[in-house]
Design a protein around this ligand. Structure first.
Ligand SMILES: NC(=O)c1ccc[n+]([C@@H]2O[C@H](COP(=O)([O-])OP(=O)(O)OC[C@H]3O[C@@H](n4cnc5c(N)ncnc54)[C@H](OP(=O)(O)O)[C@@H]3O)[C@@H](O)[C@H]2O)c1
Length: 225
């Protein structure tokens, strides 16, 4: 029997697929959401998950995915707001369209998905929203203004939402990894790096934690850089 339904935005991305594998292996039903149908169906086949086309910036698509979840599953247990644009450039040379795209995807997209899926999260007995932030949500760097602004904003959004929902028992948290490496990785040692699977395991920990416990943010670094 399934532990519940997890929806992952940016689902065919690198971390999205690590989330999907980790949750599937732990007995959850997984719905991968992404904007390119071909990439999405390939990733869903690879990770043995269900899928829905969903561009997080398109309200009609968010509503379409919500209808699908409502009709097929009746509720949503875990929403992982993972989709993001990570490119950035120095402010002086950055195309205004890139700045806007970062804010629209990373911040407005998270708002849209959370806003529309909230009624289905409220039907779960132990709902959880995980916003994938970054160490870039805590510390800014030259050349990273668009990404920093979107992720700092995401941290503020997460905190406000947590306070709004705390009395409902819906947990809202963020994970803030530093640079992630993907694929096979040594267990530890100089330069081993933080792996996508480590971040997915942190999300699993949050999802399996007692419903009475509320984590604020899991900031994750690699040891021994
Ligand atoms: N990689 C790192 O070192 C790192 C470190 C800290 C935090 N993070 C965070 O981890 C999350 C996942 O990143 P990643 O490393 O897996 O990068 P990734 O492989 O580039 O994945 C990002 C995903 O977001 C999707 N996306 C972008 N715009 C979208 C939209 N409008 N609607 C729906 N999906 C959209 C992308 O799809 P397309 O291919 O169609 O654009 C892609 O599948 C992000 O929130 C990122 O900020 C990453």
């Amino acid at each position: 029997m399934s532990k519940g339904l997890v929806l992952i935005t940016g689902g065919y991305g690198r971390l999205g697929r690590d989330f999907a594998r980790a949750f599937r292996e732990d007995g959850w039903s997984v719905l991968l959401a992404g904007r390119d149908r071909d990439k999405l169906s390939a990733a869903a086949q690879e990770t043995e998950t269900d899928y829905q086309v969903l561009d997080v910036t398109q309200e009609e698509q968010v509503l379409g995915a919500k209808r699908y979840v409502e009709e097929r599953y009746g509720k949503l247990d875990v929403l992982i707001n993972n989709a993001a644009v990570m490119r950035s450039e120095p402010v002086e040379t950055m195309a205004p369209a890139l700045f806007l795209k970062s804010i629209t995807t990373n911040l407005y997209g998270t708002f849209l998905c959370t806003h529309h899926f909230l009624p289905l999260l409220k039907k779960s007995e132990q709902a959880l929203v995980i916003n994938v932030a970054s160490t870039a949500a805590h510390r800014a760097d030259a050349g990273s203004a668009a990404y920093n602004a979107s992720k700092f904003g995401l941290r503020g959004f997460t905190e406000a939402l947590r306070k709004e929902l705390r009395k409902t028992d819906i947990r809202v948290t963020s994970i803030s990894p530093s640079m992630i490496r993907y694929g096979e990785a040594p267990a530890q040692g100089k330069g081993a790096g933080l792996n996508g699977r480590d971040v997915a395991d942190a999300a699993l920990f949050l999802a399996n934690a007692a419903g009475r416990s509320l984590f604020i943010d899991l900031e994750m670094w690699a040891t021994n850089p």
